[in-house]
Design a protein around this ligand. Structure first.
Ligand code: GLU
Length: 409
């Protein structure tokens, strides 16, 4: 089994071989500042008591409050949350927002819980964590399987416990509960801005043939935006299976189909394929938008794309990175490609603290400026250091974190 935290540390080491940093600074980043583990007891609908394991890893706050989502997944464990928290610290530095890195989670398969049980679990997480989070301390948000509705429950529970008036402890809330315009599509849209900025530099055609792994908030929004912008999505997957339609999927029709049928399988004109087949389809752009460690040394030699754009966190292992690099396949790394989500989360936090509500046009314009500028900066850094985009993004992030660490040491 792949250990995502080991992979993350491996990536860190590889970046520091391209540019040397003070070893004392790097050693600060080889473990989180704090790891919190909790037990969350829930009375289930049938009256029985079940105890769930929850986590918050506060990795680094040199640049600002810890920031990052809370994941609900059956395979979530402390190693995954540690890796995700580390990547958040780098991601926030890449987009230069005043946040550090954190991440939370619960080991749970939310599909096995009723809505009421999920609400109890979410409120239970906050009861146990309330003293460790806050607008200036640690600002959680959604991640895999955690929705705006869950953020509203969590924010509500936090106010009940602490009396906090700012509403700035959780981001990704529904608009009516103090959320920001544009937070829903922000990750997919941010990825699109990066892709659109680098597309011609990476020698990709104006209209690309695209494969997307994942049709949740991130993959689904990316599919919508890429489709609206004239790209051809030929295959998409979700947890239960993948579909392929060589002449292109009408994403609007697929959204309608999913609404009615609850899944994408059986979409007219498409054929069912496996997740493994999906990853090795011939295309211009492969977008992993699901779990970590999907592109590994086992399948990297079979991948037939020109570009991997990582909308998931940690989908490519370091061994696979080497294989792809050797084969001339570019990778736009997660800490740049999917940073749009946390960027708009930070806009939400700022609006809550100032008591403002920005319109969608302003939110998207601010997001675009950040994503385009940082994409160009990382592209240029990769060229000048003669390295790949991941190492360039790591180096940019490390330079920015080191700057703040120097001040507090
Ligand atoms: N979970 C998202 C991520 O991995 C967003 C985190 C946030 O909005 O704070 O970047």
């Amino acid at each position: 089994m792949n250990n995502p935290f080991q992979n993350a540390m491996n990536q860190l080491e590889r970046a520091t071989k391209v540019k040397q940093f003070n070893p004392e600074f790097i050693s600060l980043l080889t473990q989180p500042e704090r790891e919190i583990r909790i037990s969350i007891p829930i009375t289930m609908d049938n009256g029985s008591l079940k105890v769930f394991e929850g986590y918050r890893v506060q990795y680094n706050n040199a640049r600002g409050p810890y920031k990052g989502g809370i994941r609900y997944h059956k395979d979530t464990d402390i190693n995954e949350v540690k890796a995700l928290a580390f990547w958040m610290a780098l991601k926030c530095a890449v987009v230069n927002i005043p946040m550090g890195g954190g991440k939370g989670g619960v080991t749970v398969d939310p599909r096995e819980l009723s809505k009421g049980e999920i609400e109890k679990l979410s409120r239970g997480w906050v009861k146990m964590m309330a003293r460790d989070i806050g607008p200036k301390i640690d600002v959680p948000a959604p991640d895999m399987n955690t929705t705006p509705e869950i953020m509203a429950w969590m924010a509500d529970e936090y106010v009940k416990i602490t009396g906090d008036k700012t509403n700035a402890t959780f981001t990704g809330k529904p608009i009516e509960a103090g959320g920001s315009e544009g937070r829903g599509p922000a990750t997919g849209l941010g990825g699109f801005y990066v892709f659109d900025t680098l597309r011609s530099k990476l020698h990709l055609p104006e209209s690309c043939k695209i494969v997307i792994q994942g049709f949740g908030n991130v993959g689904g929004n990316a599919a919508n935006i890429l489709f609206q912008n004239g790209h051809k999505i030929i295959a998409i997957s979700e947890v239960d299976g993948a579909i392929l339609k060589e002449d292109g999927i009408d994403i609007n029709a697929l959204n309608e189909y999913k609404k009615v049928n609850g899944k994408i399988e059986g979409f007219p004109g498409s054929r069912k394929i496996s997740n493994n087949e999906l990853l090795i389809l011939e295309c211009d752009v492969l977008i992993p938008a699901a779990m970590e460690s999907q592109i590994t040394e086992k399948n990297a030699n079979d991948i037939k794309t020109k570009l991997v754009m990582e909308l998931a966190n940690g989908p490519t292992t370091p061994e696979a990175d080497d294989i792809l690099f050797g084969r001339g396949i570019s990778v736009i790394p997660d800490i740049l490609a999917n940073a749009g989500g946390v960027t708009v989360s930070t806009f939400e936090w700022e609006q809550n603290l100032k008591g403002e509500h920005w319109n969608e046009i302003d939110v998207f314009a601010k997001l675009k400026t950040i994503m385009v500028n940082e994409a160009l900066e990382i592209y240029e850094k990769a060229n000048s250091l003669k390295t790949d985009l991941r190492r360039a993004a790591f180096i940019l992030a490390l330079e920015r974190i080191e700057e703040e660490e120097k001040e507090r040491l």
